[in-house]
Write a protein of this length. Structure first.
Length: 96
């Protein structure tokens, strides 16, 4: 079975789909972090130096293994030459 077919089957389960939807936003945000750093042409070590923190903290942040404060996210963005804004989006209801 291909990964795509497995994913389709798994997402047909409403419980799996609901959990996937919850995590999708987090994955998209991590992609944004990686894109900012890539566009800035910086390594994790360089971002860490600009933020006056350890490279391991940047690695943890980019893997989604951290629960960063808004201040930390702003510092990361600024280190990469970006600004961050919050945009409220109405949540879609999930029918179980």
């Amino acid at each position: 079975m291909s990964l795509q077919r497995f994913k389709q089957r798994a997402l047909a389960n409403p419980d799996v789909k609901a959990e996937y939807d919850l995590l999708e936003g987090e994955f998209a945000f991590i992609d944004q972090l990686l894109s900012m750093r890539a566009e800035a042409g910086l390594t994790q070590a360089q971002v860490a130096e600009k933020m006056q923190t350890q490279k391991s903290n940047i690695s943890r942040l980019e893997r989604g293994n951290a629960n960063p404060s808004w201040s930390t996210l702003l510092k990361y963005a600024h280190a990469c030459g970006f600004e961050l804004t919050i945009k409220p989006v109405k949540a879609q209801s999930h029918n179980h």
